[in-house]
Design a protein around this ligand. Structure first.
Ligand code: AMP
Ligand code: ZN
Length: 460
C-alpha cells in the first residue's frame, strides 16, 4: 500500500519511499530535560509514535532515535541567554546534571503512560561531545565556520541552500531584531556551533575543545547523533512546527556543510496545542502535565485519544470539556470491547479502508470515525470486531489488548464496598453513597449508577 506524508521540505504530500526497502530510519526531535513535559510537548511525541506505528502497520521495520537534550538549548532558542538546564538548576539549587537526570526520568515515565513505544535509541547530547566536536571540525575544514568572542559560529551565507525548509532567506531572518545579538555575527541567521564558557565562571557542564572550553550549540547534537545512529541521509525527521525556521533549518545546514548531503529525506512537523484558544504559559498557569490531567480524572490514554482526534497538522485547542469528551469516548469503547467474544479473524475490507486513511498523511480523525462506524455495526460478530479493533489499535496505541474480551474483574474488597453502597442508596443515605464511591475510586474503579443498578468500570 502507498503511504503519503506531508513533507515540509517539498511543501507537498508525497508518496513515502524508504531509502532501504522495508526499513525506515526515524528521528523524533526529543525533549529538553529542564522541566516537565506539557500537553503540547506530548502531542509532538504521540505524533512521532503514531507515525512509527503507521509505518510498522505497513510492515516496515522502523528504527527510531529520540534525542535527550541535556545541554546547549538556550533560553529564547537563539545563541544568547542562559542554558535552560543551568537556569532550572540554579532555581532549584541543584546541578544541571541532577536536573537532567530528574526530568529524563519523568519524561520516560510520561511517554510510557501515554503508551508511546520506547524509541530504540535515546542518546543524550552530553554523551556525544566527541561526535559533535568532530562535526564542527568537518565544517571548519570546508570553511563554513568563524570565531567570535563567545564561540564558533556557522556562516549561513556560505551555504546557498540555506533556508530551504522554511523558505526564508538568510537575511530575512529575525533574531529577536538585532537587539542583544552578538555584533560579531556576520549574518542574522548565523548560529553557534560551540559556545565558550563565560570568563571566570565554571559551568556545571563544560568540555575542552580545539577552540576552548565550552559546550555545544543546541542544533549540533541532532546532526551528530542522527548521523551516528541512522546514517545520512536517513528517512524521516519529526518535530513541532516551531522547529522549522531555526532548529531544523540549522541541522540541515550543518549536515549539508559537513557531509554534502541532506540530513533526512522527509521532514514532518506537528502543529501546536493551544489552551482555551490561547498560548500556554507559566504565568497563566495553564501549562498542564499528565499529573494535572489525572487530577481532573483525565487519564493519559484518554489524552492520547484526544490527540488522535485531530489531524497532526492542525492546531489543537485543549479544553477540559474536550478532554472529558475524549475520556467518555474511551470509556464507552472500553465498556463495549470488554463484553466481546475472543478475537477471531480480521475484517480485511474495513482494514483496507482504515489503512488508506492512516496512510493519507496520518488521518487519525478519519481512522477513528471508521473504527466507530465499524464497532457500532450490529451485523458483525463481536469476535471479528475484537480481532479487527485490536489490529486498528496497533496504530492508535490505546492499549486495548488489555481490555478486549476481558470483563472487569471486581476484587472482593470492591465487591463489599459496592454492596454497602447499594444499601446506602436504598436508605437514601447519599452522603455515605458518595463516600463509598470515592473509596471505590481509590481502588481504581469508577461507579456508574443506572436504572439497572450500579455498574463498575476499571479506571483507564
Ligand atoms: P522542547 O522540549 O522545548 O524542545 O520541545 C519538545 C517538542 O515539543 C518540540 O518538538 C516542540 O516543537 C514541541 N512543542 C512545544 N510546544 C508545543 C505546543 N504548544 N504544541 C505542540 N508541540 C509543542
Ligand atoms: Zn533536534
Amino acid at each position: 500500500m502507498q503511504i503519503f506524508l506531508h513533507n515540509t521540505l517539498t511543501k507537498a504530500t508525497d508518496e513515502f519511499v524508504p531509502i532501504t526497502p522495508g526499513k525506515v530510519g526515524l528521528y523524533v526531535c526529543g525533549p529538553t530535560v529542564y522541566a516537565r513535559a506539557h500537553v503540547g510537548n506530548l502531542r509532538s511525541y504521540i505524533f512521532g509514535d503514531t507515525l512509527r506505528r503507521v509505518l510498522q502497520a505497513n510492515d516496515l521495520s522502523v528504527t527510531e532515535v529520540m534525542n535527550i537534550t541535556d545541554v546547549g538549548h538556550l533560553v529564547g532558542d537563539g545563541d544568547e541567554g542562559v542554558d535552560k538546564l543551568q537556569m532550572s538548576a540554579d532555581k532549584a539549587s541543584k546541578t544541571a546534571w541532577d536536573i537532567a537526570a530528574e526530568y529524563t526520568r519523568l519524561f520516560v515515565d510520561d511517554i510510557r503512560r501515554v503508551n508511546i513505544e520506547t524509541p530504540h535509541v535515546m542518546p543524550k547530547a552530553t554523551d556525544h561531545i566527541a561526535e559533535q566536536i568532530a562535526l564542527i571540525e568537518a565544517m571548519e575544514a570546508k570553511g563554513f565556520t568563524y570565531a567570535t568572542h563567545d564561540g564558533i559560529y556557522f556562516d549561513t551565507a556560505k551555504l546557498p541552500e540555506y533556508g530551504q525548509l522554511s523558505g526564508q532567506k538568510s537575511e530575512e531572518k529575525e533574531a529577536g531584531a538585532r537587539v542583544g545579538v552578538n555584533a560579531e555575527k556576520r549574518n542574522l541567521s548565523d548560529f553557534a556551533l560551540w559556545k565558550f564558557s563565560p570568563e571566570g565562571e565554571q559551568r556545571h557542564m563544560e568540555w575542552e575543545s580545539p577552540w576552548g572550553k565550552g559546550f555545544p550549540g543546541w542544533h549540533l547534537e541532532c546532526s551528530a547523533m542522527s548521523e551516528k545512529y541512522l546514517g545520512v541521509p536517513f528517512d524521516i525527521h519529526t518535530g513541532g512546527v516551531d522547529h522549522i525556521a531555526v532548529h531544523h533549518e540549522n541541522e540541515i545546514a550543518q549536515t549539508l556543510a559537513a557531509r554534502g548531503v541532506m540530513e533526512a529525506n522527509y521532514w514532518l512537523h506537528n502543529e501546536f496545542v493551544l489552551i482555551d484558544n490561547g498560548k500556554m504559559s507559566k504565568s497563566l498557569g495553564n501549562v498542564y502535565s499528565l499529573d494535572d490531567l489525572q487530577a481532573k480524572e483525565i487519564s493519559p490514554l484518554a489524552f492520547r485519544y484526544f490527540i488522535l482526534g485531530a489531524h497532526y497538522r492542525t492546531q489543537l485547542n485543549f479544553t477540559w470539556e474536550g478532554a472529558e469528551a475524549a475520556q467518555n469516548a474511551l470509556n464507552n469503547l472500553v465498556d463495549m470491547v470488554r463484553d466481546w467474544q475472543k478475537p477471531s479473524s480480521v475484517d480485511s475490507g474495513v482494514m483496507e479502508t482504515f489503512m488508506t486513511a492512516v496512510n493519507n498523511d496520518l488521518d487519525t480523525p478519519a481512522a477513528l470515525a471508521i473504527m466507530w462506524n465499524f464497532v457500532n455495526n450490529g451485523a458483525i460478530g463481536t469476535d471479528v470486531k475484537a480481532a479487527t479493533v485490536l489490529k486498528m489499535d496497533e496504530v492508535f496505541g490505546l492499549a486495548l489488548e488489555d481490555v478486549v474480551a476481558r470483563p472487569v474483574r471486581v476484587s472482593d474488597e470492591a465487591q463489599k464496598l459496592l454492596k454497602e453502597r447499594e444499601l446506602a442508596r436504598i436508605a437514601k443515605d447519599w452522603e455515605r453513597s458518595d463516600l463509598l464511591r470515592d473509596e471505590l475510586f481509590g481502588l481504581g474503579y469508577a461507579v456508574q449508577d443506572s436504572s439497572s443498578g450500579q455498574k463498575l468500570r476499571e479506571r483507564r
